[in-house]
Every structure is written in structure tokens, then in C-alpha cells.
Design a protein around this ligand. Sequence first.
Ligand SMILES: Cc1cc2nc3c(=O)[nH]c(=O)nc-3n(C[C@H](O)[C@H](O)[C@H](O)COP(=O)(O)OP(=O)(O)OC[C@H]3O[C@@H](n4cnc5c(N)ncnc54)[C@H](O)[C@@H]3O)c2cc1C
Length: 288
Amino acid sequence: MIDYDYLKPKTLDEVFSFLHRYGEKAVLVAGGTDVMVNIRNRKIAPEALISLRGLEDLAYIKKDDDAYHIGGLTTHRMLETSPLAREELSALHDGASQVGSVQIRNVATVGGNICNAAPSADTAAPLLALDATAVLKGPKGTRKVPLKDFFTGPSRTVRAPDEILVEFEIPVVEGGFGSAYHKHARRKAMDLPILGVAVFLKMDGDTIKTARIALSVAAPTPLRALEAEAFLRGKSFSDEVLKEAGRIAARETSPRDSLRGKAWYRREVFETFVPRMAARALERSKKR
Ligand SMILES: Cc1cc2nc3c(=O)[nH]c(=O)nc-3n(C[C@H](O)[C@H](O)[C@H](O)COP(=O)(O)OP(=O)(O)OC[C@H]3O[C@@H](n4cnc5c(N)ncnc54)[C@H](O)[C@@H]3O)c2cc1C
């Protein structure tokens, strides 16, 4: 029988005090959709589960003058049904809306998706393309880590064991921007992606002012295709330019062969879908 203490703190301070008491024998649990699978598969055997579900005030999607603020306990379903996310954080909306099933999305959180650090996490590439920063809170205080520096390997991040991911901050961009995410999977529902492609564009007329391209299952951690981004910067939008960006982005990846897809196949899909997501981001930028 699998046995553990189930702790239900109501405040962050209570979370920190439980973490202090149990140390590495405790595991934080938000929606539990990764944690419970890992316990069942005996990948982890915690003595205590510290539930974050009592921290209801960490579930929100807000915007102020400088940034969008997404609480770490925000569920994928909250993002899926948020008009603000759909209109202004479209890539994240695309990603969150495709996680698992509606039952999973109702409980699974964006903080859990990122802290679990699976290379296939459906919100990782969108958040990277949107230039998100993770806000971590621990007993010693708060620190902000740009998401591009957050992942250190499969299932590994810079988060210290006594830190909670409380928020994502995404900079506000004025006018002429759009973003899109493609989840490439074999089935439409309940399948982890073979890979993911997210593109953010800020346009100045027909000229690309800023491009951010983020790819998942492209390397051990989600990846920004920086050379392809630099190639696009300042270029006028055309099919040829996009195709070349796709070729450059694909060369920046180092995918591996796995049951879900061979490395050569992944590279070809990256090459195809970077231009397509850029075109979709452009379409969306025209509405803003
Ligand atoms: C049937 C099924 C289908 C799925 N389909 C998909 C899919 O299509 N795409 C996809 O990306 N994922 C999928 N998943 C995986 C999972 O649902 C997601 O990764 C989900 O977002 C995890 O969120 P959670 O709140 O359930 O995390 P939990 O399982 O509660 O936690 C995951 C990890 O993050 C840590 N953690 C959680 N919240 C915090 C926090 N705020 N601060 C610090 N650490 C934290 C936990 O300690 C744990 O290590 C699927 C899972 C299942 C069971």
C-alpha cells in the first residue's frame, strides 16, 4: 500500500513550515495530475504531500500597465476560458486549451506544468515565446527567473526545494503583436505532443520588429531558436523569409529519437511549423 501524510496548508507560511519539517521527504502537489501518476508508477515515494490547493488566491489572470500576471495555481481551464488570454496571450491560450482532457484541465495548473519540467509540457514553449518570467517565493524571500533560464534538464529546474512558483509575469506589448502555438501530436485528444512550436511576433507595418520562436521536444529543455529570431528581425514578411526561418530554426534543434518520433522527423516538422505559426501570429497581430 502507498502511504503518505496529506497536508492542507492555507497560507504560504504554513507551506514553508511543512517544507521545513519534512525536508526532501515532502512533495508539493497542485492539481496532482503529474504527482499522482509518479506515485502510482513508483517514480517517487514521498512521506508527505503538501497540497497547494488551499492557496486559492494564487489562481488568477490579470493585467496592469506593464505586465500580465498569471498565478502559479491558475488552471489550464481558467486560461482556456479567459478572453484576455485568448486575445492577448494567444499562444498560451492555444497551449493550455490542448492539455489532456477538460477534466485534466479543470485541476491541472500552469505552475505544475512548468515545475514538472517535462520537455513536452504544452505551456512551456508558449510562455517562452511570450518572454515570461517565473516568480519564486521561499522562506528567504522572492526572486524572479526569466523562463529561458528556468529549465536545467528533463524534470529539472532552478527552483529550490523550498520555493513555490507563485506567478508568471509576461511583459505587455502595445499594438501589432500576435502569437500562436502548434501542438504536434498523433491524436487530437489526450496525447502528449511529439513536439511543440510557439511563435510571437511584434510587427511594424509589414516589418517584423521582434520575433520569438520557442520549440519543445527539440532538446533536453524547451528551446528558443535565437538564430532564426535574429534572421527574422527587421525583415519584411514573405513566404521565402518564413521558410528560411523554419530551416534555420530546425538546424538549431537537437531532438532525439523516441517512441513518439524520430529526430529527422521532428526536424522536418519544426521546419514546416515555424513558418505556419509565424503566419498565424501575423494574422492575429492584425487584430491588435
Ligand atoms: C491523462 C493526462 C493527460 C495529460 N496530458 C497532458 C498534455 O496534453 N500536455 C501537457 O503538457 N501535460 C499533460 N499532462 C501532464 C499534467 O497534466 C500537466 O503537466 C499539468 O499541468 C501538471 O499540473 P498539476 O497542477 O497537476 O501538477 P502537479 O502534479 O500537482 O505537480 C507537478 C510538479 O510540479 C510541482 N509543483 C506544482 N505546482 C507547483 C508550484 N506552484 N510551485 C512549485 N512546485 C510546484 C510538484 O511538486 C510536482 O513536482 C497530462 C496528465 C495526465 C494524467
